[in-house]
Design a protein around this ligand. Structure first.
Ligand SMILES: [Zn+2]
Ligand SMILES: [Zn+2]
Length: 134
């Protein structure tokens, strides 16, 4: 397979493997490409935010909405997504291959957002479990 090209800066994406899950990270801007479900798998693995070495720069939402970003796999124009919880983060998703693009630092934020939800889910499960027991 040909190496993927960063949709943001045109740099090469290099493969990094974390717990048997392979992701592609740009060696220039440190953005990370996740194939379908890789981000879902990785965000539930403890410590996986270490693959994201970038510092979150913050994004000018108005500006980032205007730029068009093409999927590094299928060259489709990707859709901007907003995950707003603990931190507002914009990321791109490809509707065709369901890959996700995170700018440097965004995966860490994405994980933080998820962790809050994860805790809530777990609390609900424990509550349900306790109900069953009594
Ligand atoms: Zn890049
Ligand atoms: Zn795609």
């Amino acid at each position: 397979m040909n190496p993927l090209i960063c949709p943001k800066c045109g740099g090469n994406l290099e493969k990094i493997i974390y717990q048997d899950i392979e992701v592609d990270r740009c060696c220039q801007c440190q953005g990370i490409w996740f194939d379908s479900l890789e981000a879902e798998q990785l965000k539930s693995i403890k410590g996986s935010e270490s693959i994201d070495s970038g510092n979150f720069q913050g994004e000018n939402a108005a500006q980032s909405l205007q730029e068009s970003v093409n999927c590094p796999r299928c060259q489709e124009k990707m859709l901007k997504m907003l995950d707003f919880d603990k931190y507002p983060i914009w990321y791109e998703t490809c509707l065709k291959c369901h890959g996700l693009w995170f700018d440097a630092g965004e995966f860490q934020q994405f994980k933080h957002n998820f962790q809050n939800k994860g805790l809530l889910d777990r609390a609900i499960k424990i509550l349900r479990f306790n109900k069953k027991m009594t």
